[in-house]
Ligand binder design. Structure first.
Ligand code: GLU
Length: 405
């Protein structure tokens, strides 16, 4: 796989050519403030001891406490976490929340662990990093394969170690244990609000055909949200493969099928396709919602969609970005499109610190307003500099951070 941190730095070099931010400012952004690696010993159910590798990258806190999720995946490694932390810095700035950027992870396939092992591993991550974390220092959250339950274990472990019971050290907790209403679906919901604000500019009609790559928190919720809004979800995939129906998939039935069988494959309301075929499926909007580098120079030419919305972080490589720009396929970039997750995380943090609790309507009204105004801002920046929405978003983010610095 292409190194995600190299991709992130290629994007940074590119924006520095479009706008003069000054060499020193760009130089500061080329390295994280801190890059922490820890060993986490876990007693396994069979009595043996296993050591896992964990990470927390604290990239930049000019705008506020470091903020960003924790990823559990067998392929997670430091360059991925560094890239994700860098994108968090820009994401928080684009959407206008007073947070910096960080990211964490553990190299592990969580599906191979029992619930008890998973809990001990999650508490172990906090034990090793508690000195660095805190509501005003560094505030983690969920990411790929990390759930509200894991956030609750972590908040509890932090409270035991430090005595801080506000819960504001970590977001994405279960509702009823300090979590905010709306956080679970916020990434996809925020993406939909950004899409609504930009739809006409993307050249798409209401009710158009959508293909979604990924069936995790972002992808599965996106399917429900676009479907409910009257769009036709024609294809969706998970790690094993995809399913396609040119007349639109029945999302409720497909969700049941996935729950029962563990995959979208074999669903009777569509035809099985490969993950590679999904990228090139005949549709209007393609939503990559899984991992980095799904769209590279190897498959960018196959894309038939008229526009792309990045719910995943870093799904389009810099070379593919160029190819798609030349082909006039606009991309709503990750640092805008998936910023709904961290925005509602920020709402949760505010509620924990103030003791208030907001209704779901309040959460989504505020989210919609923030997503729409950020979408309009990056579109203006892109037009001013005659560049892509991604570069427009980078310009908007970096202008804000530079002014604060
Ligand atoms: N992991 C999510 C992201 O990539 C959410 C981060 C957060 O809520 O802090 O944006």
């Amino acid at each position: 796989m292409q190194n995600p941190f190299d991709n992130a730095m290629t994007q940074l070099d590119k924006v520095a050519k479009i706008r003069n931010f000054g060499d020193e400012f760009i130089l500061r952004l080329r390295q994280p403030d801190r890059d922490i690696r820890v060993s986490i010993p876990v007693k396994m159910d069979d009595g043996s001891l296993k050591i896992f590798e964990g990470y927390r990258v604290e990239y930049n806190n000019t705008m506020g406490p470091y903020k960003g999720g924790i990823r559990y995946h067998q392929n997670t490694e430091i360059n991925e976490v560094k890239a994700l932390a860098f994108w968090m810095v820009l994401k928080c700035s684009v959407v206008g929340i007073p947070m910096g950027g960080g990211k964490g992870g553990i190299t592990v396939n969580p599906k191979e662990l029992s619930k008890g092992e998973l809990e001990r591993l999650s508490r172990g991550w906090i034990q090793k990093l508690s000195d660095n974390l805190g509501p005003n220092k560094d505030v983690p959250a969920p990411d790929v394969n990390t759930t509200p339950e894991i956030m609750a274990w972590m908040a509890d472990e932090f409270a035991k170690i430090t005595g801080d019971k506000t819960g504001a050290v970590i977001t994405g907790k279960p509702v009823g244990q300090g979590g905010s209403l709306g956080r679970d679906t916020a990434t996809a919901q925020g993406g939909f609000y950004a899409f609504e604000a930009l739809r006409q500019e993307l050249g798409l009609d209401e009710g158009c055909r959508v293909a979604i790559e990924g069936f995790g928190n972002a992808g599965a919720n996106a399917a429900v949200i676009w479907d409910r809004a009257g769009y036709s979800v024609v294809a969706i995939s998970d790690s094993k493969g995809g399913i396609y129906n040119p007349d639109g998939l029945d999302i409720a039935k497909l969700t049941d099928h996935k729950k029962n069988t563990g995959s979208v494959l074999g669903f009777s309301g569509g035809t099985d396709i490969t993950n590679e075929e999904l990228v090139g499926v005949d549709c209007d909007l393609l939503i990559p919602a899984a991992f980095e580098n799904t769209i590279t120079e190897a498959n960018a030419d196959k894309i038939k969609a008229k526009a792309i919305l990045e719910l995943a972080n870093g799904p389009v490589s810099p070379k593919a970005d160029e190819i798609l720009f030349q082909k006039n396929i606009p991309i709503v970039p990750d640092i805008l499109a998936n910023s709904g997750g961290v925005t509602v995380s920020y709402f949760e943090w505010e509620q924990n610190l103030s003791g208030d609790s907001w209704t779901e309507k309040e959460v989504f009204d505020k989210l919609r307003t923030m997503m729409a105004s950020s979408a309009n801002k990056i579109s203006e920046k892109a037009k001013e500099s005659q560049t892509s929405l991604r570069m427009g978003a980078f310009i908007a983010a970096l202008d804000t951070i530079k002014a604060a610095l």
